[in-house]
Write a protein that binds this ligand. Structure first.
Ligand SMILES: [Zn+2]
Length: 421
């Protein structure tokens, strides 16, 4: 019913955090609920996403991704704790109001910050949106649960509309019955685990996008700040160290290049595909392209500085190059010092002196011959002559410890090997 790997790949386009949340989800197919629901799987110590297969089949792929992100944001916003406290207080009569307030938070954030298109997600306009729940105040900037909840509660007229309007507007995307099972400390553990994995820039981006105004309402000296239910608890880790080996940068680039070319050539987004898992990297298999339109291969060149201080890294550099999938990429391997030599047999010859200009000369020559490299990878110590690449954003430099980036061209991509394993 679900192609988990395809979904991972597509969730990552919305946020890397959704991708990691997805790794903590177990899918349960069930007709016991009409739509979808999230709860906690005590045995698997993970999230349980329950999905009604009939409902699922009636949704477009983008709607399915929206529903998955919707469930994850209920978890992230700790809506479980809110549901539980109402039940505990014996106010199950207020659950419907809480349910609408929760969906409103989540739907609004997903469409305003994560790029989901409301018209595509909800063409019948049946879900909870700011202008359907509060038709008189559709511009309200507040986005957090308690605000919506109190506002709906204070407005008796709205409540009547909401509770009597079944089947029309203000319906829930999912069932919230399992939310109360989400133990706050279990959710914290999952978010803590995710915090360790997310690239800091992506974590920051996610925290920014999921901000809903609630943070501003907390007293700054509150001892509980940041630990309160509903607070954004994803941490941007200043001490983040990519645990990946530096070769993974090459693979990440390939993945991005493939996904870009995939999107360009993707005419049937619902098509099921087979994926190869190459060490955590998902790549479309050769079969995806068989019979399809002939795709031009993506051209990549690797240049190894053999002038001395980097020589011992040659083998690893070319191992990284060898992880580039050959059925979609044309890979050329070179060594350079003051001249560029193509490596046909993989034998690197140590040289003297370092010139980057010889690389750009070679690339320009190849372009004239009809070979335009999409990506150029260089491993060096930065101590060479000046160079002005024609397409600097295509140049990726791996720099050995002690390198000085200041003398290298602007707008290229730089990676310090010391920051990697
Ligand atoms: Zn919901």
């Amino acid at each position: 019913m679900l192609d988990k790997q395809q979904i991972s790949l597509d969730l990552e386009k919305y946020s890397e955090v959704f991708y990691h949340f997805w790794e903590f989800c177990n899918i349960e197919e069930t007709k016991a609920i009409p739509t979808a629901a999230v709860s906690f799987d005590k045995y698997g110590k993970c999230l349980r996403l329950s999905i009604n297969p009939d409902f699922w089949a009636s949704q477009t792929y983008t709607q399915q991704l929206f529903i998955l992100c919707h469930e994850m944001l209920h978890v992230y916003y700790k809506h479980g704790a809110k549901a539980k406290s109402l039940i505990k207080a014996g106010r199950s009569d207020l659950m419907q109001i809480a349910n609408i307030a929760m969906d409103l938070c989540v739907n609004r954030v997903l469409t305003t910050s994560f790029g989901f298109n409301r018209a595509e997600i909800d063409p019948e306009n049946k879900y909870c949106w700011i202008d359907t729940v509060f038709p008189n105040n559709p511009e309200d900037p507040e986005k957090y649960f308690e605000y919506y909840y109190n506002k709906i509660k204070d407005n008796a007229k709205v409540i009547t509309i909401l509770t009597s309007g079944k089947g029309k507007g203000n319906q829930l995307v999912d069932s919230h019955d399992g939310l109360g099972e989400l133990e706050e400390d279990e959710v914290d553990k999952i978010i803590e685990e995710i915090s360790k994995k997310v690239f800091p820039q992506n974590a920051k981006d996610f925290v920014e996008k999921t901000k809903n105004g609630e943070e501003d309402k907390k007293p700054s000296n509150s001892k509980k700040a940041g630990t309160q239910a509903g607070g954004n608890s994803l941490k941007v880790r200043a001490d983040y160290k990519p645990r990946a080996k530096w070769e993974s940068v090459v693979r990440q680039w390939c993945k991005k290049a493939l996904s870009d070319s995939f999107n360009e050539n993707w005419t049937r987004p619902n098509r099921r595909t087979m994926f190869l898992d190459m060490g955590g990297l998902l790549l479309p298999s050769e079969n995806d392209f068989a019979g399809g339109k002939d795709l031009e291969k993506i051209k990549v060149a690797f240049f190894m500085d053999v002038s001395g201080s980097t020589y011992h890294l040659a083998e690893r550099f070319f191992v990284a190059a060898s992880t580039v999938p050959k059925h979609r990429f044309d890979v050329d391997l070179y060594q350079f010092d003051t001249v560029v030599r193509k490596l046909e047999d993989g034998n690197v010859i140590g040289g003297g002196g370092t010139s980057y200009r010889v690389i750009s000369d070679h690339i320009n020559k190849m372009e004239k011959e009809g070979v335009l490299y999409d990506s150029i990878w260089i491993l060096t110590d930065s101590f060479g002559d000046g160079v002005s690449p024609k397409y600097p954003d295509r140049w990726h430099w791996f720099l050995t410890p002690g390198s000085q980036i200041a003398q290298l061209p602007e707008n290229c991509n730089y990676y310090n090997l010391s920051e990697f394993e």
